[in-house]
Write a protein that binds this ligand. Structure first.
Ligand code: AMP
Length: 596
């Protein structure tokens, strides 16, 4: 199907999508629309937000609806309230010219009365979150006996969010001969299990990642130590005074933590995550949509269904485990031909993830240097100058004050006058970045900066200052352990990404490693008993001696590697960001915090 008019979609639907500016079907639409209009076979589709999947199932569902039958014929299940509302709105807009077609969203976290009234009026297409849908079925307010097709949208997220049972209970209420469509960004084992249990000989459809590889979307990568991630985030923000983006974190706790730090440092940011009430989420999202917030810090799940266009940046504060999630995240920028930047903040032991994403998503990351203090100051200064140039001057209003102002500034010539104005706005910023260090990790750098030897001497000194404990662990190269995987294990055990790891020795059946002393109890508590490649882990303190003096360096099975976790810090803690341009209207210059 090359054009929508090649399909059997009704003239009313074609008119509505033409009005919406849909010129030709997206790849997923080209596959699903003819199939749904002609066959009852189930579909499994790997497709992310932004691929046009709502219309892919929505248009045929509308076309196949019998308006005169005032009962639900299509049920769409999706993970979040936002997505539920979005899908309903989209379907309603595609059905704009079809008299009497009712699309009803039902979702939790909102009163039931209005939803009940809408259902009573006769819903043809019901779009629901699993919990509320099950509730409505249980209360006999929604009958699924005549459902002809069920769409499981973002099925992977529904499973992640713990809706498996609700989904199963709902599916059990639907007719056996219905058609089932499953859309998922990823095809995990759990998803495959669902498809095997609930789908009948499904046809698989996977679409090329739209946005990916598009000239308008750039994938950048900054390589730093884990402890410097936050500093990178701030520098990205300072380097891009007009940034409008989402920073993705892996956990709720990290999301809250980063958003709090940004707000505390005077940035115009907030968070959305699963711990917020619906009203709080709506409030944050509302501000973000209206651009009162420039940076939203979010978990993947919470950001689903957030349909915001024109994002300038997507920032991966931590890379996701699955390449599809990266694709999903980055697909939120660079939409509709606009340019977008997706940034991965990584450290060296995550290179395998970068390679995996590059291979699976067929994209290429460009490794960039984290902007230096000088780069940022220059950018901010020029942005300030641009703003001054563009500012609207109300001649009439300021006329009356000018004579006095001229008199006061009489002693300054043009050059000095400029310096004074710029400094008044900018001194704090300059002070903050005056001694900003180079935080790039140096392996395979595109170019070098600063004195390498001095830096190395410094970091050796820092290493010496960090007190380490030595550990024994009962897995080694025979268990497919390597230094990177061991570091991953340690960080997993500590539930953090910034452990200070010292030397690592991988032997055949066991290994040794050093870790900052302060974390020893936590590590032993959390790692013991954990499973690694089918082996229950046993971790214990080895000795207080440094590893080099204990292990046999001639053991050719051993691989020695320095941990690339964090060493000491060479920057004072608690420095505040002095950026003025990046602040919200409310937190104007008066609220700026002085750098310490
Ligand atoms: P979705 O993946 O369903 O969230 O859709 C992403 C965006 O693409 C939405 O804003 C749709 O309105 C838009 N869209 C869907 N199909 C098309 C199409 N064939 N042509 C242009 N835009 C589309």
């Amino acid at each position: 199907m090359k054009r929508f008019t090649d399909s059997d979609l009704s003239p009313e639907i074609l008119k509505a999508i033409a009005e919406l500016g849909f010129e030709k079907p997206t790849p997923i639409q080209a596959k699903t629309i003819p199939h749904l209009l002609s066959s009852n076979q189930d579909i499994i589709a790997t497709a992310q937000t932004g691929t046009g999947k709502t219309a892919a199932f929505g248009l045929p569902s509308i076309h196949l609806t019998e308006i005169k039958n005032k009962y639900p014929q299509t049920l769409v299940l999706c993970p979040t309230r936002e997505l539920c509302v979005q899908i309903s709105k989209d379907i309603a807009s595609y059905a704009k010219f079809i008299d009497g077609l009712n699309v009803v969203p039902i979702y939790g976290g909102a009163g039931v009365d209005q939803q009940l009234r809408a259902l009573r009026k006769g819903a043809h297409i019901v779009v629901g979150t699993p919990g509320r849908t099950k509730d409505m079925v249980r209360r006999k307010k929604l009958t699924l006996a005549n459902i002809e097709r069920v769409i499981l949208d973002e099925a992977d997220e529904m499973l992640t969010m713990g809706f498996k049972e609700d989904m199963e209970d709902i599916l059990a209420q639907t007719p056996k001969d219905k058609q089932t469509l499953l859309f998922s960004a990823t095809m995990s084992k759990k998803i495959i299990a669902i498809t095997q249990q609930y789908m009948n000989n499904p046809i698989e459809m996977s679409v090329a990642k739209v946005n990916m590889g598009a000239d308008n979307l750039k994938h950048l990568l900054y390589m730093v130590q884990a402890k410097d991630r936050y500093e990178v985030l701030k520098r990205i923000a300072d380097m891009n005074p007009n940034i409008y983006g989402i920073t993705f974190c892996r956990t709720r706790r990290e999301t809250k933590d980063i958003a709090n730090k940004l707000m505390h440092d005077g940035y115009n940011a907030d968070a959305i995550h699963g711990d917020l009430s619906q009203a709080q989420r709506d409030e944050v999202m509302g501000r973000f949509r209206k651009r009162q917030l420039q940076m939203l810090v979010a978990t993947d799940v919470a950001a689903r269904g957030l349909d915001v266009n024109d994002l300038t940046h997507v920032i991966n504060y931590n890379l996701p485990d699955e390449s599809e999630i990266y694709v999903h995240r980055s697909g939120r920028t660079g939409r509709a031909g606009k340019s977008g930047i997706s940034i991965a903040i990584t450290h060296t032991r995550e290179m395998y993830k970068i390679k995996d994403i590059e291979k699976k998503a067929r994209i290429k990351f460009s490794r960039e240097l984290v902007p230096s203090g000088k780069d940022i100051c220059q950018k901010q200064l020029l942005s300030l100058i641009d703003k001054i140039k563009k500012v609207e001057v109300d001649n009439y209003q300021i006329e009356q004050f000018l004579p006095e102002i001229y008199e006061k500034l009489e002693s300054l010539d043009r050059e000095n006058l400029i310096k004074h104005f710029v400094s008044a706005e900018f001194n704090r910023f300059l002070a903050y970045y005056k001694n900003a260090r180079d935080i790039n990790v140096k392996s395979n750098m595109p170019k070098e900066r600063g004195s390498k030897n001095k830096r190395e001497r410094q970091s050796r000194g820092e290493r010496r200052r960090t007190p380490f404990s030595s550990f024994y662990i009962n897995v080694g190269s025979k268990n497919n352990l390597n230094p990177n995987r061991l570091m991953g294990l340690i960080n997993e055990g500590l539930r953090s990404g910034d452990a200070v790891i010292g030397k690592i020795e991988i032997m055949k059946k066991f290994s040794f490693f050093e870790l900052e002393e302060s974390k020893k109890s936590l590590l032993i508590k959390n790692l013991n008993g954990m499973d690694f490649e089918g082996v229950p882990l046993s971790v214990e303190l080895a000795s207080e001696k440094p590893i080099t003096s204990r292990t046999n360096s001639n053991d050719d099975d051993s691989s020695r590697k320095r941990g690339r976790g964090n060493r000491g810090r060479d920057r004072k803690r608690g420095q505040k960001n002095p950026s003025g341009n990046w602040r919200g209207k409310k937190s104007g210059s008066k609220k700026r915090k002085k750098p310490e």
